[in-house]
Design a protein around this ligand. Structure first.
Ligand code: HEM
Length: 162
């Protein structure tokens, strides 16, 4: 296996990770949370959210690790660290920012306090809490999709916004 073969496998793993991860976020944001918000029974809504989001959170942890590892490997293999000093490579910053935000939430904030905070807040104000969760998902999904578009174009030498 040549170095180029390994690089191509890393790129394939990177794209597969993004498809499962950001695809899942898109489903949670545009289908799951809106459907949950229409459920009249707040307790059932909470139970279902925890069951489904909990299962996706496990998947998301796995694919964020794959996406991060393959991404940093590609930066290293390409010797592309200096891209982070150039504005036309904003999509490199966007990718790392999205990855860092999700990694922080999934591996640090959620286990430490976010999960308890969410339960307590949903107990007091279910509608307001699910509205807030939806807004947070819409913001994260929007930044992620801009990063995807910027990266696909940037890889092929088309620097959007630059
Ligand atoms: C630690 C985080 C990440 C690093 C270090 C990273 C790094 C990279 C690198 C070096 C490339 C190849 C660039 C080139 O060929 O010029 C790439 C491609 C790409 N990345 Fe990331 N990435 C990361 C996270 C993400 C995330 C979070 C997303 C999605 C939101 C993403 C989406 C993409 C896409 C769509 C491509 C283009 C693939 C292609 O068209 O061949 N990456 N990434």
């Amino acid at each position: 296996m040549t170095g180029n073969d390994i690089f191509v496998i890393a790129r394939a793993l990177h794209v597969l990770g993004v498809v499962v991860w950001i695809g899942g976020v898109a489903f949670v944001t545009t289908v799951l949370i809106p459907a949950l918000r229409r459920m009249p029974d707040a307790d059932k809504r909470m139970e279902l959210f925890e069951k489904l989001e909990g299962r996706f959170s496990l998947q998301a942890k796995f694919v964020t690790l794959i996406t991060g590892a393959s991404g940093f490997y590609m930066v290293y293999a390409m010797g592309a660290w200096e891209r982070f000093t150039k504005p036309q490579f904003w999509w490199m910053h966007a990718m790392v920012l999205v990855w860092a935000a999700f990694t922080l939430v999934l591996f640090v904030l959620e286990p430490l306090f976010l999960h308890r905070w969410f339960r307590d807040r949903a107990g007091k104000d279910p509608e307001g809490t699910f509205r807030l969760v939806q807004i947070m998902h819409v913001v994260l999904l929007s930044i992620s999709l801009v990063a995807v578009a910027g990266a696909v174009a940037g890889v092929r030498g088309v620097y959007i916004f630059a």
